[in-house]
Design a protein around this ligand. Structure first.
Ligand SMILES: Cc1cc2nc3c(=O)[nH]c(=O)nc-3n(C[C@H](O)[C@H](O)[C@H](O)COP(=O)(O)O)c2cc1C
Length: 358
């Protein structure tokens, strides 16, 4: 057991958070396995309709009494987008290759209704809730807390972390530039907010009094021990959990992670309309200068491509989200991965202490 004030408050045996990963990877199987193993299993419910959110949460509760977390994208959606021609033309050759016909204009809503999702979170009452891509009004934070939830939010800068603290959040996730998936930036330009996990964790831990969770490029116990030493009270790992058999990531995605040998990731806006980090593939390279729609409408255009490409066993058009340390990926069941991470963290902390000579 490794404990910090935050991990104790969350009811965890180890200060490890399985990152919420919307779009399938953070499946009910993965969440249940991680929570039952003493880490915090997290649902990434950004693209999940309320009825399904309730079903999946109930499924986990049938299998474990352990705490879990729900995460949503709290950013607003754009309205109708009139001129989509250039963005559709840019992906037309990929559609043709995969036998999908011509890409069609997309209509709002591009994602489930946020207000309905937030109301569903109030009914489910998970142990914790976190925001991504935006903050949450203070009143809602208070409401969630009054229902027994701890509320956290992603920050990619000190300014965002301070804002979350002043809005009453219980903890902040410092998302370093190494992180896989979407950049959580919601104040200012995301390309000015790529501070690495090491520097960001330290800067945020100094700037706020609420607990800090570090995320980005953490794949093993050495990484967890490092961020604990920097002042984080837990580590949030996304990429490390993708190859687990319980994860809902596609086989193509899992295979690509296990095959990668060094950092071959890029940040691209072309899959969803917002910057996100993933393994470089044909889609990222060929779309580099192509026009795109606003987030998440671009995602509606590319979803067919991503699904068809994964189904065909081709990584070309799959969003292979991955952090910069993806080459350290391991293919282990979630419970075994968590046990291994715990042992490695203890070993790294002890090895550090052994360097001290009195
Ligand atoms: C496939 C994938 C999907 C992600 N989806 C979400 C999400 O829905 N919500 C969220 O808060 N973070 C999401 N993230 C970001 C993680 O919370 C976290 O910042 C990141 O995984 C940390 O970097 P690492 O992947 O190197 O561990 C996602 C990350 C990945 C890899």
């Amino acid at each position: 057991m490794i404990s910090t004030a935050l991990s104790t408050k969350l009811g965890l045996r180890v200060p490890i958070i399985q990152a919420p990963m919307a779009g399938g990877p953070s499946s009910q199987e993965l969440v249940a396995a991680c929570s039952a193993a003493g880490a915090l299993g997290c649902f990434g419910f950004a693209y999940t309709q309320p009825a399904d959110m309730e079903k999946q949460a109930a499924w986990v509760r049938e299998r474990t009494q352990a705490p879990f977390l729900i995460n949503l994208f709290t950013s607003p959606q754009p309205g109708e987008i009139t001129n989509q021609r250039a963005a559709l033309d840019a992906v037309a050759h990929f559609y043709a290759e995969l036998g999908l016909g011509a890409p069609q204009p997309v209509q709002p809503p591009y994602a489930p209704d946020l207000e309905a999702q937030l109301a569903t979170v109030e009914r489910i009452r998970p142990r914790a809730f976190t925001t991504h891509l935006a903050d949450l009004p203070r009143e809602r934070v208070k409401k969630f807390q009054s229902l027994g939830m701890l509320v956290g939010g992603a920050a990619t800068t000190v300014a965002e972390a301070k804002h979350l603290e002043s809005a009453g959040f219980d903890f902040v996730i410092a998302q370093g530039g190494e992180a896989g998936g979407h950049r959580g930036t919601w104040m200012g330009d995301p390309y000015d907010a790529l501070t690495g996990t090491l520097a960001l964790t330290r800067l945020v831990a100094r700037a706020v009094r609420i607990p800090v969770v570090a995320a980005g490029g953490i794949m093993d116990g050495a990484g967890i021990a490092a961020v604990l030493a920097l002042g984080a009270q837990a580590a949030q790992l996304g990429t490390a959990f993708l190859p687990c058999p319980e994860s809902g990531a596609s086989q193509v995605h899992k295979d690509a992670l296990l095959a990668t040998e060094e950092d071959d990731t890029r940040i691209t806006e072309k899959f969803s309309g917002k910057p996100a980090r993933g393994l470089a593939n044909r889609f990222i390279r060929e779309m580099a200068d192509a026009p795109q729609l606003a987030f998440p409408a671009q995602s509606s255009i590319t979803s067919k491509l991503r699904v068809a490409s994964a189904k065909a066993g081709k990584p070309d058009c799959v969003a292979l989200w991955a952090g910069q340390a993806a080459a350290l990926s391991r293919k282990l069941p979630a419970a075994e991965l968590i046990r291994t991470l715990e042992q490695e963290t203890i070993a790294a902390l002890r090895a550090g202490a052994a360097l001290v000579k009195e």
